[in-house]
Design a protein. Structure first.
Length: 184
C-alpha cells in the first residue's frame, strides 16, 4: 500500500513539475512577443516623423510615401488583431516599403545631408536590429514551448490542461528577412 501511495505521490509531483514548466514556457513566449511588439511600435512611431522629414524633399515621390503610410496602418491593424502570420506579413511589407523609401532618398542630396533625416535613419536602423533580436528570442521561446507540448510524456500533461503550440514569427518572402539597408 505504501508503495502505491509513493508511486502516486511521485506521479502527482511529476505532473505538477511538468505543468509549472509549461506555464513558465508559455509566459516566456508572451514576454518575448511583448518585446517584439515594443520594437515594432517604436518603428511605427518613427515612421510619421520620417515621412514628414522626407515629404518636403520628395514631392515627386508621393507614391512611395503613400505606400509607407498605408503599410504602417496595415501593420498596426494586424497587430491589434493578434494573428501572428498576418502581423509578420504586414511588418514585412512595411519593411520593404521603408527600404524603397531609403533607396529613393539617395536621389536627393539635400535630404541625405539633413540632420533630422540622418538621426531618424540611425534610429530606424537600430530599431530594425532590435526587432531582429526580439524576433530571434521570441522564436526560441516558441520552439521550447512547442517541444514541451509535443514531447512525450509532457504532451500528456499539456493536452490535459489545454496547452497548445505557439506560432513562430516568420516572414514569408526571403527579401523580407533582410534588414532594410538604411545607410548612405
Amino acid at each position: 500500500m505504501l508503495i502505491v501511495l509513493a508511486v502516486l505521490a511521485a506521479l502527482v509531483l511529476y505532473v505538477i513539475a511538468v505543468f509549472n514548466g509549461l506555464v513558465r514556457k508559455r509566459n516566456l513566449v508572451d514576454e518575448a512577443f511583448s518585446g517584439i511588439d515594443v520594437q515594432l511600435k517604436k518603428r511605427t512611431d518613427l515612421i510619421p516623423n520620417l515621412v514628414n522629414t522626407v515629404k518636403g524633399y520628395m514631392e515627386h515621390e508621393r507614391g512611395v510615401l503613400e505606400q509607407v503610410t498605408r503599410y504602417r496602418a496595415e501593420a498596426q491593424r494586424a497587430g491589434e488583431q493578434g494573428d501572428m502570420a498576418e502581423r509578420a506579413k504586414a511588418e514585412g511589407l512595411l519593411g520593404q516599403a521603408l527600404g524603397r523609401l531609403f533607396a529613393v532618398a539617395e536621389n536627393y542630396p539635400d535630404l541625405k545631408a539633413n540632420q533630422n533625416f540622418l538621426d531618424l535613419q540611425a534610429q530606424l536602423s537600430q530599431v530594425e536590429n532590435d526587432i531582429q533580436l526580439a524576433r530571434r528570442y521570441y522564436n526560441g521561446t516558441v520552439r521550447n514551448l512547442n517541444i514541451a507540448v509535443e514531447s512525450f510524456p509532457s504532451n500528456l500533461v499539456a493536452n490535459s490542461f489545454g496547452f497548445s503550440k505557439a506560432e513562430f514569427f516568420e516572414l514569408e518572402a526571403e527579401s523580407d528577412r533582410a534588414v532594410p539597408k538604411v545607410e548612405f
